[in-house]
Design a binder for this molecule. Structure first.
Ligand code: F6R
Length: 614
């Protein structure tokens, strides 16, 4: 999705902004631009379709001397990806320049009203409507720009994070947010602005995260001022973000995705650290223990999530039903929010989101809270909107995930869900002491287990060469590994653009088996668990119809070694942690097939890392 970077201070703004925009590239975008205020007080605006690199070429030889600026990467919503629709947008008079993330839902009505007052538009965007609305309000009310921004935003329906600069005002940026992230970095005599604090971590670790309905006046050499849309002063709450720059770099790997796959043993150490005691094997999740009563009395748990986080939630369903005996429902956040769902006061709603900014999941959280449920967050990005909107929660602590296809977040989410199910199961007395300790042991060993699984990478790379030109894939799994099959299929679709479908293995015979022929590879997760024999039968059914089987099997399984066409062996762990293990070869398979096809693995077409529009 779109990204925003801004700077005001004593440095050259342009390089700061360009570097920040590069850091935001992972979010997915199709054009980029920057507005700078030159020495003469005029706003210079440079923007073009394409990558940040294209913008850099475009800037070559231009006068970019300026200590204030705002920059943007656009992910098209209203209007094609082209130069005209790229941000920043000038107001009609050229007095104000604005960048915007999000969608102004009532832009048509506002645009018609502005047209009737003589405004014309250079782009098809909703954002240009907003900048003109601000100008119109300022002109008709003869008020300050800040007042005009607040008045305009009170008329707007939708989501936004905006940053604005004004001609002749080289010390000030105005920023605001509603349902779209915006962090203000605080330096010594300088301020930074970004949709993702990580993008400006080189300069500061001190951040203020704007809340919905807040407008900030960011002025060089002056204290930060934040007010609500009604003009009441808000508290300026500065938070520290601990993060190293190396976490944002590829560390010798050709792609972020491959780096993130390979760092999973370490990210799981971070996820488990301080939560599972190596001595007592006690599991401490303070977010749960501080709210014991809510989990003890829970009549039902509802997961709300999208995409990969939704797949992890399906595993959470198995974990909680098995270990805690609480009924669980797993909802697509996008469906939940528009379905008039029944939410009871004794429900616990768990929102799962890597970015913590997914618009649909955030909306589901708001509905659940409004209806009186206790809302728990499982997020990765510290200080993200969902993390802040929930009553309590647990961070997965896997570090920044830059590759658009989620990998280490999935394994972190499942690991947190396993810890949560164990803590709640113990509290509710639905789990035998012995099982609890065995699972705690398996959790402590999990990073080493994953290290071992990763040894399959060269074999998977070789295997990928055989299937690079397949047009369709089926992924099958049962029990805990059915969601793994869905996730494996999603990975392949996202980055290789090959059609892939994940299914519960036994569903094949109810229809999809009609698709099987020698051209249709089937990836089956068939590790040794309580559904193993049934899965073997499903494999036989496919083989009998000429299908090719790639099986993920447990180490030493000689039966399937003989039956499957290709096998990837993985080590064993507790059955309920098996998805964390079996997803690794599927992540690798998708990665290598996409690389073989020459795809842009880290930024696949049409996709955005953080989906902040509905
Ligand atoms: C898949 C992927 C997406 C996200 C989904 C939810 O690789 O990245 O399907 O999982 O957009 O995002 P979060 O978890 O940030 O809410």
């Amino acid at each position: 999705m779109c990204g925003i970077v801004g700077y005001v201070g004593y440095r050259q703004a342009c390089p700061v902004i360009i570097k920040g925009l590069h850091r935001l590239e992972y979010r997915g975008y199709d054009s980029a631009g920057v507005a700078l205020i030159g020495r003469d007080g005029q706003i210079e605006l440079y923007k073009c379709k394409g990558k940040v690199e294209d913008l850099e070429h475009f800037l070559e030889g231009k006068d970019t001397e300026s200590t204030i600026g705002i920059g943007h990467t656009r992910w098209a919503t209203h209007g094609a990806p082209n130069d005209a629709n790229a941000h920043p947008h000038f107001s009609q008079s050229g007095r104000i320049a604005l960048i915007h993330n999000g969608i102004i839902e009532n832009f048509r009505v506002l645009k018609d009203a502005l047209k009737s007052h003589g405004y014309t538009f250079r782009s098809s965007t909703d954002s240009e409507v907003l900048v003109n609305l601000i100008e119109y309000i300022q002109d008709t009310n003869e008020c300050t720009l800040e007042e005009a921004v607040r008045m305009a935003l009170r008329q707007v329906v939708g989501a936004y994070a905006i940053a604005i600069v004004k001609r002749g005002d080289p010390d000030r940026i105005i920023a605001a947010r509603q349902s779209s992230p915006m962090a203000i970095g605080i330096g010594e005599g300088e301020y930074f602005l970004s949709s993702d604090a990580a993008s400006i971590i080189d300069y500061t670790q001190k951040f203020v995260y704007l809340n919905d309905g807040e407008v900030a006046v960011i002025e060089k050499g002056k204290p930060l001022q934040i007010k609500t849309l009604e003009g009441e002063a808000s508290q300026v709450n500065i938070q520290k973000l601990e993060m190293s720059i190396s976490q944002l770099e590829k560390g010798g790997f050709p792609h972020f995705m491959l780096k993130e796959i390979h760092e999973q043993p370490d990210t799981l150490v971070d996820c488990i650290r301080g939560r599972v005691s190596p001595d007592s094997r006690e599991i401490i999740l303070s977010g749960v223990l501080d709210n014991k009563e809510r989990f003890l009395k829970a009549g039902r748990i509802i997961f709300v999530a999208c995409g990969t986080s939704w797949h992890a939630s399906l595993i959470g369903e198995h974990l909680i039903e098995n270990l805690c005996r609480i009924p669980v429902e797993v909802e697509y956040a996008s469906e939940f929010r528009y379905r008039n769902p029944i939410i009871r006061p004794d429900d616990v709603v768990i929102a799962v989101s890597q970015s913590g900014e997914t618009a649909d999941t955030l909306a589901a959280v708001e509905i659940a809270r409004r209806e009186g449920a206790f809302v728990y967050g499982i997020c990765n990005v510290i200080g993200s909107s969902i993390a802040r909107a929930t009553d309590s929660g647990t961070y997965i602590h896997v570090g920044p995930e830059i590759g658009v296809a989620s990998t280490k977040a999935f394994t972190g989410q499942v690991t947190v869900m396993a810890m949560l199910a164990l803590v709640v199961g113990k509290l509710r007395g639905t789990l035998a002491e012995e099982e609890y300790h065995q699972m705690a042991d398996a959790l402590l060993r999990l990073p080493d287990t994953i290290r071992k699984v990763l040894e399959c990478a060269p074999a998977v790379e070789k295997l990928s060469g055989i299937f690079t030109y397949a047009h369709n894939f089926i992924y099958l799994g049962r029990g805990y590994n059915y969601p793994t099959a869905l996730e494996g299929a999603l990975k392949l679709k996202e980055i290789s653009y090959i059609h892939a479908e994940g299914l519960p293995a036994a569903e094949m015979k109810h229809g999809p088996i009609a698709l099987i022929d020698a051209e249709m590879p089937t990836v089956v997760i068939a590790t040794l668990d309580h559904t193993y024999e049934k899965t073997v039968s499903n494999i036989e059914e496919i083989k009998a119809r000429g299908g090719k089987i790639i099986a993920v099997i447990s180490e030493g399984d000689t039966q399937l070694r003989k039956r499957a066409d290709f096998c990837i062996e993985v080590p064993s762990t507790a059955e309920c942690l098996m998805p964390v293990v079996s997803i690794i070869p599927l992540q690798l398979l998708a990665y290598y097939i996409a690389v073989n096809k020459g795809r842009n693995v880290d930024q696949p077409r049409n996709l955005a890392k953080s989906v902040t529009v509905e």
